[in-house]
Each structure stands twice: as structure tokens, then as C-alpha cells.
Design a protein around this ligand. Structure first.
Ligand code: NAD
Ligand code: DAU
Length: 340
């Protein structure tokens, strides 16, 4: 297979009002002047139209709707050169409390999109997660590669794994022009306050002690969301059809280390947090080997200074309280009910 160069003029971005999807839309508007973006987003609790409201109306259109709505999806896909699929139920803890929306959006929704892309022969990029590979032991020198067997642990990650499998089958059986990326943990602006880093930052702004699960030694491989966006664009335009690419920036850190960096930034003591109930089935460690993406497509992460990225993220949450405040109380009430 040869490396193709694909230059879409009009793309549908699903989930473009969520955390990573909206950062991708900002990236495309800034870096790709000739590209029009149609955002398809249901605006669940995790979607916020404010994330893209400042972008020019002639470059970005928001269509509020469900990726499971076959008629709507068919119309939008028929008018596009490509679909970049971010929309999902994305939070592990929620998937443990109630898996059902995860099945519908992550599996049925992906099926609806790839059926439309197949019908109209539209290029499709599938945004997925490293969690499909399960976890690694803390003392294991290995990292995930494109060859690692699927072994998802949570309702969330198993539905993402199912969606990846659908895409692979549609490529092989129907010739769908698709690529898949599996990325590690993102951080940056516009991330919902239910997630680890924003939850602790906003707790500290509120004078509440941060909450750490288990023994705090679980490792996540952090990447700035801007680096995720540049990788997805590289794969969409230059990736080989039918291939999977892992996205990561060598950012392994355990949770207690990240939390202590946040505490330090707030001038708080290193032990000024609460231990709370662990997540059932909590994955121990994720680690990405992104050699394939770097070698084949020449992609390199730019935002690799985690301390600088974290300081910027803290400053963003301090400056944008009106953005996160409406979600904070309901999120903490949900956690309290779960003992977390
Ligand atoms: P998010 O929860 O912040 O945003 C999800 C978005 O999808 C929201 O805007 C929501 O309204 C929308 N949505 C949900 N259900 C929908 C439906 N049925 N129809 C249309 N829109 C719907 O999620 P995120 O953290 O930005 O993750 C985006 C994607 O990236 C997901 O596919 C996730 O699996 C993947 N991913 C996330 C990370 C991470 O660290 N957050 C890492 C790797 C991969
Ligand atoms: O690896 C990619 C995945 O990263 C994505 O597929 C998911 O969509 C995204 O949510 C994220 O999943 P995690 O479960 O790793 O992220 P979360 O922010 O929920 O938790 C990060 C780590 O912090 C995890 O080990 C659990 C822990 N944690 C989380 C919260 C919310 C705590 O210790 N305390 C908390 O309050």
C-alpha cells in the first residue's frame, strides 16, 4: 500500500462540542483555512456549544443531533468529503454506573456513521482509545503497539473496542475508506470537570480537597489535546487506508504525582487530599508506543512539557469559571453518591 495524500474541503466532526472534538475543530479552523467543518453533536451533559461559539460561522456549522439518527447522518455524510468521529460516551465511572448509553452511542452510533460513509463512499476516521488494550503492570517494560491484543476492562472501553472492530470489518468486507487512531489520556482546555485533572483543579479553586482513587499509583500516559489534534489530521490526510495508528507523547505519570503537581501549583501541602473508593476494575497502567505514527507520517508531539501544559490548563480553569461552574455541583453529587 502507498501513502496517500487526501485534501478534504468539507468535513463532519461528530462530538465537536466535547473536549477533544472541540479542540480539533479549533485546530482545523486555525491551521487549515480552506476546510469547512460541520459539527454533529447531541449536546449531552458533556457537550457545550460555547466551546466552538467563538469560531467564524462561515467555517463552522453546528448541527444538533444524534449520531444514531440514520436519516440525519445520511444527509450530512452525503454532503461531506470526510467524517472524523469523536462523539462518544467517554467516562469510565459513568459507564460503571449505567452502561446503557455507552452501548447505544459508542456501538450503534458508530454503526450508523460507517453505514452512511460506505453508502456515499466517504472517507472515515475513527477516534478511539488506548483503553481497548486493557492495562499493563507497573513493572512491565512493555508499551501498547498496534499489534497488542484487545483486552478492554470497563463497559466504556469494551464499547470502544466493539466500535473499532466494526470499523475493521467494514474496511475488509465493504472497502470502507477508514483509519483508526487509539490515543492515550488527553489534557487541556474544555475538559469536563468529571475527569481527573479538571476535577482536582476545580476542587482546589473551590477550597475542596482533591480525591484520589485506590493507592494513587495507577499510571496514565498524558498527551496535550493539541498534539492529539495534529496527529488525527496527519492520519486523516496521509494515513494508509485500513490502518490503525497509536497516538502518544511519552507522558507516563502516576496519578499521585500529577495530583501533587496540581497541589503545588495551588500552594497546598503534598498530602492535602482525600483517598476515596477505588474504581471497580481500575486499569493499572497505560503506555503508548507511537513509533508507527512518527516513522510513517513524520508526526511529532509539540506540547511535551507537561509542567508547562498543566500550568496553562490550571490558568484556563481559573479564567473560565463561568464555563465549568454549571456542571460542577451535579458532577460532585454523582461522585458523592458513588463514595468517590
Ligand atoms: P467528551 O465526553 O468530552 O465529549 C463527547 C461529545 O460527544 C460531547 O460533545 C457529546 O455531546 C457528544 N455526544 C455524545 N453522545 C452523542 C450522540 N449520540 N450523538 C452526537 N453527539 C454525541 O469526550 P472526549 O473526552 O472529548 O472524547 C472524544 C473522543 O475521544 C471519544 O471517542 C473518546 O473515546 C476518545 N478519546 C478520549 C480520550 C481522553 O483522554 N478524553 C483519549 C483517547 C480517546
Ligand atoms: O486512556 C484514554 C482514556 O482516558 C479515554 O479513553 C477516556 O475517555 C478518558 O476519560 C480517560 O480515561 P481515564 O479513566 O484514564 O480518565 P479519568 O480522568 O477518569 O481518570 C484518570 C485517572 O485518575 C484514573 O486512574 C482514575 C483516577 N481518578 C479519577 C478521578 C475522576 C482519581 O484518582 N480521582 C478522580 O477523582
Amino acid at each position: 500500500m502507498t501513502t496517500e495524500t487526501f485534501e478534504p474541503k468539507s468535513i463532519v466532526v461528530t462530538g465537536g462540542c466535547g473536549f477533544i472534538g472541540s479542540n480539533f475543530v479549533h485546530h482545523v479552523v486555525r491551521e487549515r483555512p480552506g476546510v469547512h467543518v460541520t459539527v454533529l453533536d447531541k449536546l449531552t451533559y458533556a457537550g457545550n456549544p460555547e466551546n466552538i461559539a467563538c469560531l467564524p460561522a462561515d467555517r463552522v456549522e453546528l448541527v444538533v443531533g444524534d449520531i444514531c439518527d440514520a436519516e440525519l447522518v445520511d444527509r450530512l455524510v452525503s454532503e461531506a468529503d470526510a467524517v472524523v468521529h469523536y462523539a462518544a460516551e467517554s467516562h469510565n465511572d459513568n459507564s460503571i454506573a449505567d452502561p446503557s448509553p455507552f452501548l447505544k452511542t459508542n456501538v450503534r452510533g458508530t454503526y450508523t456513521l460507517i453505514e452512511a460513509c460506505r453508502k456515499h463512499d466517504v472517507r472515515y476516521h475513527h477516534v478511539s482509545t488506548d483503553e481497548v488494550y486493557g492495562d499493563l503492570a507497573l513493572d512491565d517494560p512493555a508499551r501498547f503497539t498496534e499489534e497488542t491484543p484487545y483486552r478492554p476492562s470497563s463497559p466504556y472501553s469494551s464499547t470502544k473496542a466493539a466500535s473499532d472492530m466494526l470499523v475493521r470489518a467494514w474496511v475488509r468486507t465493504f472497502g470502507l475508506r477508514a483509519t483508526i487512531s487509539n490515543c492515550s489520556n488527553n489534557y487541556g482546555p474544555y475538559q469536563h470537570v468529571e475527569k481527573f485533572i479538571p476535577r482536582q483543579i476545580t476542587n482546589l479553586i473551590d477550597g475542596v480537597r482533591p480525591k484520589l482513587y485506590g493507592d494513587g499509583k495507577n499510571v496514565r500516559d498524558w498527551i496535550h489535546t493539541e498534539d492529539h489534534s495534529s496527529a488525527v489530521w496527519a492520519i486523516l490526510t496521509r494515513g494508509r487506508i485500513g490502518e490503525t495508528y497509536l497516538i502518544g507523547a511519552d507522558g507516563e505519570r502516576d496519578n499521585i504525582t500529577v495530583l501533587r503537581e496540581i497541589l503545588k501549583a495551588f500552594g497546598r501541602d503534598a498530602d492535602d487530599f482525600d483517598w476515596v473508593r477505588d474504581r471497580p476494575g481500575h486499569d493499572r497502567r497505560y503506555a503508548i508506543d507511537s513509533t508507527k505514527l512518527r516513522r510513517e507520517l513524520g508526526w511529532e508531539p509539540q506540547r511535551i512539557d507537561f509542567a508547562a501544559g498543566l500550568a496553562e490548563t490550571i490558568a484556563w480553569y481559573r479564567a473560565n469559571e463561568s464555563w465549568w461552574r454549571p456542571a460542577k455541583e451535579a458532577t460532585e453529587a454523582r461522585y458523592r453518591a458513588q463514595g468517590q
